[in-house]
Every structure is written in structure tokens, then in C-alpha cells.
Write a protein that binds this ligand. Structure first.
Ligand code: FAD
Ligand code: NAD
Length: 477
């Protein structure tokens, strides 16, 4: 047994490493247990997000987006590029370099903040003990006043389509192909399916997405989801709804995918199959029974709004608890918990949670959709502005999409914002701030926006809620 810690965090993804850093900043003696072994067979911090999630996927999306622009967009801007070629191994190596720089950066931050990295697999025992099983099988127990569980999530596997080598893969496998597959099937037209499907489509693969539901992106504002589907289809993503996969079979270097759609049993032969049907909380074997924390049948740890479990001194944050599986959601929960352990009265405004799909065009939203407000019986008004009327979007040659902002009809308070178009992920920031500050549409309408910027679209959308947008013909209200 070593010295007692104030806080032991289990898991060093964006929820856990941020919680550990914030706890250490507040003067708490902190350790973080992490077992990740990376592609280079080395222990690594950063979790799913940095190693096989947010960052590597965005690195490949960036490379392939530029490649796509060079192929299809540059000529319109007066740039002739001659014959283009792509070096996929170099793209993958660039992605890996970004990952190792960022995960190495977390290691440096741990050192700078005097956080002990306990390498191995952590388990919560009774009486606030945490055992760590190292790679050599040895066990060490540590005592602590507080435990923060941040063990994240893993891809859901479909028993009917078992992963196989680099042919039937989950999202991690689809980040590492060094040759461009001829035809790819993706099970699930969710966020991962669309982002990774876009990466390989832009590189030239034929991509078919089979989605079991009959609605495309049900969590997104209906008008935006419709526009997104149209844009993705135009890019060549073949999105098939009401298509439920029933099995797959690998034959040599091909895979046959069987599925059912409205016309009955179907099958297709492809070079690669990506299983992207969601992620599940990782809690199996994590907590000794006698600890008694509440975990549901899906492995999700029960917590209240402050991420406290039913056992005092044990907290859980990130993908392992309720709510959207998003890196920033986990990180902010980590900050809140560390601050509350240190005696501060921190809380989190879950109503102002940004969401982004990093396709082209990007889809981004915060707050309520029109459909949710209708269902809740809230009187609202929406203002919209198309990027086609934005001078900056025209100058960029990227005019697809729109900004929609929704207000409470009676109080003028901003209730939600929904964007599709250029830099939507960045533009979303000001509406998140609006929700966080409880701003009104008038506050946005009154704010001076630089010209020419894409952010003027948000300004004009706010003005249009009152029929006073300048650069479009306003609908009569
Ligand atoms: P994780 O990042 O999963 O980290 C958990 C850590 O705990 C892991 O390192 C794991 O090794 C460790 N661990 C687990 N059990 C133990 C144990 N017993 N002992 C020790 N260590 C343990 N989200 C976004 O917000 N934006 C995006 O753009 C985005 N893109 C994504 C792209 C892909 C391809 C994927 C797969 C996910 C993406 N996500 C994105 C989701 C995001 O990665 C997760 O929401 C986020 O990583 C959750 O953070 P976390 O810290 O809760 O868990
Ligand atoms: P998801 O829930 O977004 O999509 C999975 C899709 O698979 C769903 O639409 C579901 O209906 C479909 N599906 C399930 N079983 C099926 C079957 N048998 N046949 C056909 N379709 C089936 O999950 P995901 O795309 O795997 O992503 C996992 C998590 O990671 C998400 O919660 C997401 O929030 C997070 N993530 C976020 C980002 C981002 O923020 N940009 C990017 C990637 C992942």
C-alpha cells in the first residue's frame, strides 16, 4: 500500500484526464489509472478521443476534404492543379503523428501537474481502494478519499457481423487502411458512419450506408437533416434507410453483407465492412460487488446532475454515464466533479451542449429543435438565413446550407440553433454562448458582426426571426 490519494481517476480519456488535471490544479493529490496500449504498442493517455476517435477522424477528414476541393472545387476558383494524386500511407502517418503529439502532450501535462499515471487496469474495491493490475499481471492497491470513474465506452459489436482482420472492422479499423477500398458498406448511418464514410468516399471508394431506422439523423432538426441527406447523396454516399443487416460472411478478400429492406432480403458484396452501430459504456468487472454502485443492464453508471453515484465519494463522468457520448461533455463533467471535490459549487448546463457532425457540409446544433418545441407545446419562432446570401460564403465558393435560430415567442430567449454549411462547427460557438448566457434574439441582433464573415449569417438569422433581415426578402409575419 502506498500513500493515500485525495483523488484517483480511472481512465484518461477527455473526461478522465481533464478531471485529473483540474483536481491537481486545485491542490488535490491525484493519480490517474490508464491501461491504453497504442498502435505502437506503447502505453498512452488520451482515451478513445485522442487515439482512435475525435482527433484521428478529424485529421483524415481534413486531408480528404482538401483533396476533394482540389479535385472538384479549385477549378471554379481559377486554380488549375493538373493531375492530382493521393498518398494514403502519408495521410495515415500524418494522422498518427498528430495523435502521438497530442497524447504525448497529455503526458507532459500530467508531469507538470504532478499527477501520478498508474499504468494498468483499475478496479474499484470496497472502502475507497483502487487496485491496479499492471501489464505483467502484478496488482497494487491504492487508498483514496475520492474515485472518479471515467472508463468511457467501446464500439457495440453485432454478433451477426463479427469483426475480422482489416475486412470487417469497427471505427478504429477504418482509420488505418493504407489502400483505398473499391467498395465499402457501413452498418449505421450515424455520426461515425457519415464521418468515416465521407473520408473514404472522398478518396474514391464506393460507399453504401445501411441504416436500420426509417428516419435519417433523427436527433437533428428535420429541415437540416433533409438538406444534409441531399448533400451527402450528391457526394455519392449511398444512404439506404430501413435497411437492417442480418449477417455477413467473409470469402477471401471480399465480404458479403446480408440485409433486409422494404423489398425483402438483399445482399451485396463489398471489399470492406465498417460496423458503426453505436458505442456502449465500459464497466464490465470494473467495480467490486460490495461497493454497491448503481449500474444498469447496459453498463451505464447511475449518477445525478453532479455526476455523483449512490456511494459518497465515488463519481462517474463521460461516456460511462447518461447523456450524449461527446468528448466535451465528458471533459466538462470532469471539471465539475474535480471542483466539487475541492469544495466548489460547480454545475453544468446540459441544455447548452453543442453537437457537431464534421462532414461537408458540417452539421451543428445546440438546444431544442422545432420538432421538440412543438412536442413540448412551446410557442416559438424560427429565423433562418441561407449561406447562398452570404458574401463570405460566396467568396469561399461554399454556399450550401443555412443557419436557423429559434426563440421563445413570448420571452425572445434563444432556445436552439441549427446549422448546416461552411464552418458550422465554429459558428455554433456563439449560439452556445447565447444559451449559456440566457441571451435573447435581440441580444444577437444588436451585436455587431464583422463583415464579411460567415458569422453574419447568424446575425441575419436572428434578424429574420422578426422579419428584418437585410440580405434576404423576409417572409411576412
Ligand atoms: P474514453 O475516451 O473512451 O476514455 C476512457 C479511457 O478509460 C480509455 O483510455 C480506456 O483505456 C480507459 N479505461 C477503461 N477501463 C479502464 C480500467 N479498468 N482501467 C484503466 N483504464 C481504463 N466526440 C466528440 O465530442 N467529437 C468528435 O469529433 C468525436 N469523434 C469521434 C470519432 C470516433 C471515430 C469515435 C469512436 C468517437 C468520437 N467521439 C467524438 C466520441 C468521443 O471519442 C467520446 O465521447 C469520448 O472519448 C469519451 O470520453 P471518455 O473520457 O468518457 O472515454
Ligand atoms: P450512432 O448512434 O450515432 O449511430 C449508429 C446508427 O446505427 C444508428 O443510426 C442506428 O440506428 C444504426 N444501427 C444500429 N444497429 C443497426 C443494424 N443492425 N443495421 C443497420 N443500422 C443499425 O453511433 P455511432 O455512429 O457508432 O457513434 C457512436 C458514438 O460516438 C455516438 O454517440 C456519437 O455521439 C459519438 N461520436 C461523435 C462524433 C462527433 O461528435 N462528431 C463523431 C463520432 C462519434
Amino acid at each position: 500500500m502506498t500513500d493515500k490519494y485525495d483523488v484517483i481517476v480511472i481512465g484518461a480519456g477527455p473526461a478522465g484526464y481533464v478531471a485529473a488535471i483540474r483536481a491537481a490544479q486545485l491542490g488535490l493529490k491525484t493519480a490517474c489509472v490508464e491501461k491504453w496500449i497504442n498502435k505502437q504498442d506503447k502505453p498512452a493517455l488520451g482515451g478513445t478521443c485522442l487515439n482512435v476517435g475525435c482527433i484521428p477522424s478529424k485529421a483524415l477528414l481534413e486531408s480528404t476534404e482538401l483533396y476533394d476541393q482540389a479535385q472538384h472545387g479549385f477549378a471554379d476558383l481559377g486554380i488549375n492543379v493538373g493531375e492530382l494524386s493521393v498518398d494514403v500511407p502519408k495521410m495515415i502517418a500524418r494522422k498518427d503523428k498528430i495523435v502521438s503529439e497530442l497524447t504525448g502532450g497529455i503526458e507532459m501535462l500530467f508531469k507538470a501537474n504532478k499527477i501520478d499515471w498508474l499504468k494498468g487496469s483499475g478496479r474499484v474495491l470496497a472502502n475507497k481502494q483502487v487496485s491496479v493490475t499492471a501489464a505483467d499481471g502484478s496488482d497494487t492497491s491504492y487508498a483514496t478519499d475520492n474515485v472518479i470513474i471515467a472508463t468511457g465506452s467501446v464500439p457495440v459489436e453485432l454478433g451477426i457481423t463479427p469483426l475480422q482482420g482489416d475486412i470487417v472492422v469497427d471505427s478504429s479499423g477504418a482509420l488505418d487502411w493504407e489502400a483505398i477500398p473499391g467498395k465499402i458498406c457501413v452498418i449505421g448511418a450515424g455520426v461515425i458512419g457519415l464521418e468515416l464514410g465521407s473520408v473514404w468516399r472522398r478518396l474514391g471508394s464506393e460507399v453504401v450506408l445501411l441504416e436500420a431506422m426509417d428516419e435519417f439523423l433523427p436527433m437533428v432538426d428535420k429541415q437540416i437533416a433533409r438538406d444534409a441527406k441531399r448533400a451527402f447523396t450528391k457526394q455519392g454516399l449511398d444512404i439506404q434507410l430501413s435497411a437492417r443487416v442480418t449477417g455477413s460472411e467473409v470469402n477471401g478478400d471480399k465480404v458479403t453483407v446480408n440485409y433486409q429492406d422494404k423489398n425483402g432480403d438483399q445482399s451485396m458484396v463489398v471489399d470492406k465492412l465498417i460496423v458503426a452501430v453505436g458505442r456502449k459504456a465500459l464497466t464490465e468487472g470494473l467495480v467490486a460487488d460490495e461497493v454497491g454502485i448503481g449500474i444498469d443492464e447496459r453498463g451505464v453508471i447511475h449518477v445525478n446532475d453532479h455526476c455523483e453515484t449512490n456511494v459518497p465519494g465515488i463519481y462517474a463522468v463521460g461516456d460511462v454515464v447518461r447523456g450524449p457520448m461527446l468528448a466535451h461533455k465528458g471533459s466538462e463533467e470532469g471539471v465539475m466533479v474535480a471542483e466539487r471535490i475541492a469544495g466548489e459549487n460547480s454545475s453544468l448546463n446540459y441544455d447548452a451542449m453543442p453537437n457537431v457532425i464534421y462532414t461537408h457540409p458540417e452539421v451543428a446544433w445546440v438546444g431544442k429543435t422545432e420538432e421538440q418545441l412543438k412536442a413540448d407545446g412551446v410557442e416559438y419562432q424560427a429565423g433562418t438565413f441561407p449561406f447562398a446570401a452570404s458574401g463570405r460564403a460566396k467568396a469561399k465558393g461554399d454556399t450550401g446550407g443555412l443557419v436557423k435560430i429559434i426563440r421563445d415567442k413570448n420571452t425572445d430567449r434563444v432556445l436552439g440553433a441549427h446549422l448546416i454549411g461552411p464552418a458550422a462547427s465554429e459558428l455554433l460557438g456563439q449560439s452556445v454562448l447565447a444559451l449559456e448566457f440566457d441571451a435573447t434574439i435581440e441580444d444577437i441582433a444588436h451585436t455587431i458582426h464583422a463583415h464579411p464573415t460567415l458569422s453574419e449569417a447568424m446575425h441575419e438569422a436572428a434578424l429574420s426571426a422578426d422579419g428584418r433581415a437585410i440580405h434576404i426578402a423576409n417572409r411576412k409575419r
